[in-house]
Write a protein that binds this ligand. Structure first.
Ligand SMILES: [Zn+2]
Length: 139
């Protein structure tokens, strides 16, 4: 089996509402999204997928979050949301707790939906820092 690997990234702020630790505060990361894809080699191309095609899909998924404050739905008061919107801050509301684990699942599902059906997403690893990452895969 052949697989190809690529990395996308986005810079964003997030926080974990109600968390007992410093991650309850708004803070930022350069999130790296490392993706492994597999599939049959194209007879003529000799490729699983053209890197630029895969990169375009990954970049599109990352752009939603780039330079935004990511928050879980229901974790900011209406008053604060109204103030942030009035200041023109870019916000990303998500339906999940914004941990590296949930981001890995989010990107896995997004890639699976968007890439051509003959491409299999093996795994997605989301790095919050060079030392800290979470991986999602299905067998
Ligand atoms: Zn964080």
């Amino acid at each position: 089996m052949y697989s190809v690997n690529l990395i996308g990234h986005f810079d964003a702020a997030h926080f974990l509402a109600g968390y007992d630790g410093k991650c309850k505060n708004i803070h930022g990361h350069r999130f790296d999204v490392a993706v492994s894809l597999s599939g049959k080699l194209g007879e003529k191309s000799g490729m699983v997928i053209d890197f630029s095609d895969a990169k375009a899909v990954l970049k599109n998924l990352c752009e939603r979050f780039d330079h935004t404050l990511i928050y879980e739905k229901g974790t900011l008061s209406e008053a604060l949301l109204t103030a942030l919107v009035a200041e023109n801050f870019a916000l990303s509301e998500v339906e999940f707790r914004p941990t590296a684990e949930h981001f890995a699942g989010y990107f896995y599902r997004g890639l699976s939906k968007t890439l051509p059906s003959h491409i299999n997403v093996l795994a997605v690893t989301v790095y919050e820092s060079p030392e800290n990452s979470a991986t999602y895969s299905e067998d």
